[in-house]
Design a protein around this ligand. Structure first.
Ligand SMILES: Cc1cc2nc3c(=O)[nH]c(=O)nc-3n(C[C@H](O)[C@H](O)[C@H](O)COP(=O)(O)OP(=O)(O)OC[C@H]3O[C@@H](n4cnc5c(N)ncnc54)[C@H](O)[C@@H]3O)c2cc1C
Length: 423
């Protein structure tokens, strides 16, 4: 690491406000310079429409049109892939610079990006892809021309992913796919899917799995929407009926897809917790509570019971921010964060849920009208009441899934029990 990371100053302020222990600021001139450069760029490029789309986000990414617009602005600047090495079109930034970049973007009100290609597929292709695959797909991920979805889970294969059954039969220089993928986030707007398919039945179920790249316009693919408990359309079931995928689209050797996907899944767990975003949500909620009435003439933030819950969420979030920095330091030192990423995923999902519960309680019945149309930042209608109230319930409902996707909490606890406690 080039030096200690200067934590978000607002994190420290809120910790002080709540009487919690906080880290002393540790300014580092290179980091300050980097921060200034990022802040100047954000001030110039983030407009009101993008900021509003960010505030109205209730799911895992902001409205796809705003998300893609911001994606392309970052791509033009060369900043869309902070974690990628320079040789592949990334920024070549250190782990602490990537962290600061995310903090600054979130604090400035940037939309949440849909970046499955950047985070999940890119590193896989860099490590296991052929030169032709790298040349074809990495630039298209960087430019935003390709939007990727992840086709891993199936009806009988979620936690027990190796039980997957999507059949990939080899016929000449093609695989013919038959079966289904479930819970595929963003399949309805994605141009491509990376997926795991069964090309053989091995002695162990992890054997005979092949990693494939699929163009979503290939004949035989049908996408059925799944409307979630929050009423939103993020998820899908994807059906494959004799879908022909060229052998050239296979990543790694046939039957070794499990090995190809394994490292990526470990990385993805910790990657899914955007603590900066949770911090921003908590800060906005605290501001809301500072003016909102309890309904009995007092201000919500002055209500001792509610103030205690806000402080508890803040303290828990701080501990997770520290955990995130430990993962960051491990990455920066070239170490695998190992079980720490399971801990971060478990506790990080819980704090997301806790903050969303507080918001739902704070807005009370003002959150009950579901305003899906108005939550679309491009819709020609405005929100009734405050943005915090309009987003609270859909976010609360959406966050129920945080302890399920990217490895359910029970599974993460199993990993921790085995690897950390040796049980
Ligand atoms: C919002 C959302 C988005 C998703 N997006 C995607 C996506 O884009 N692509 C994709 O491929 N998948 C996606 N998924 C699927 C996700 O990865 C699975 O839902 C997850 O792995 C859990 O699998 P399952 O739903 O089959 O539940 P199950 O595996 O059937 O689990 C059900 C319950 O049993 C518990 N359980 C299971 N096994 C054990 C065990 N051995 N020990 C203790 N407890 C256990 C689980 O923790 C859970 O509580 C998404 C899921 C959600 C909810």
């Amino acid at each position: 690491m080039p030096g200690p990371i200067d934590l978000d100053s607002r994190t420290q302020t809120s910790a002080r406000t709540n009487g919690a222990r906080h880290l002393a600021p540790s300014p580092h001139s290179d980091e300050e310079h980097f921060r200034e450069e990022v802040r100047a760029f954000l001030a110039e490029n983030l407009d009101d429409e993008l900021r509003r789309a960010a505030r109205l986000t209730t799911g895992v990414h902001s409205h796809i049109d705003a998300s893609q617009r911001w994606y392309k602005i970052l791509a033009d600047k060369g900043w869309i892939a902070p974690t990628w090495p320079k040789e592949f079109g990334g920024t070549g930034w250190s782990a602490s610079q990537c962290h600061l970049f995310n903090l600054e973007c979130t604090r400035a009100g940037a939309p949440l990006l849909c970046q499955i290609g950047i985070r999940h597929l890119g590193p896989v292709l860099m490590a296991h892809g052929t030169q032709a695959q790298k040349d074809c797909y990495l630039p298209a991920i960087l430019s935003g021309e390709h939007i990727w979805c992840q086709g891993y889970s199936e009806p009988p294969a979620g936690s027990d992913l190796a039980a997957l059954k999507l059949k990939a039969e080899r016929g000449g220089d093609e695989y013919v796919l038959n079966g289904t993928k479930l819970w595929t986030t963003g399949a309805h707007f994605s141009t491509h899917m990376f997926c795991l398919a069964r090309s053989a039945t091995g002695a162990r179920k992890q054997e005979g799995i092949t990693y494939l790249l699929i163009d979503m316009t290939t004949p035989g693919i049908t996408i059925e929407p799944i409307i979630s408990i929050s009423g939103e359309h993020e998820l899908n079931q994807v059906f494959f009926d004799n879908v022909r995928v060229p052998v050239a689209n296979r990543v790694g050797p046939e039957g070794e897809g499990w090995r190809v996907a394994k490292d990526q899944m470990q990385f993805a767990r910790s990657n899914n917790i955007n603590t900066a975003w949770v911090r921003e949500t908590l800060t906005r909620l605290s501001r809301f509570c500072a003016t909102e009435s309890t309904g009995y003439g007092d201000i919500l933030a002055d209500d001792p019971a509610f103030a205690r819950r806000l402080a508890q969420a803040d303290i828990l979030l701080q501990s997770i921010e520290m955990m995130e920095l430990r993962v960051l330091a491990a990455n920066e030192a070239g170490h695998n964060p190992g079980a720490l990423s399971s801990m971060l995923k478990t506790r990080g999902s819980e704090v997301k849920q806790r903050v969303s519960e507080l918001a739902a309680d704070a807005v009370a019945y003002y959150g009950l009208p579901l305003q899906h149309t108005a939550l679309n930042p491009f819709a020609p209608c405005s929100i009734i009441g405050s943005e915090v109230a309009a987003t609270a319930l859909p976010t609360y409902l959406n966050e129920r899934a945080a302890t399920i996707y990217s490895g359910a909490s029970e599974i993460q606890r199993d990993v921790l029990a085995k690897r950390v406690l040796g049980l």
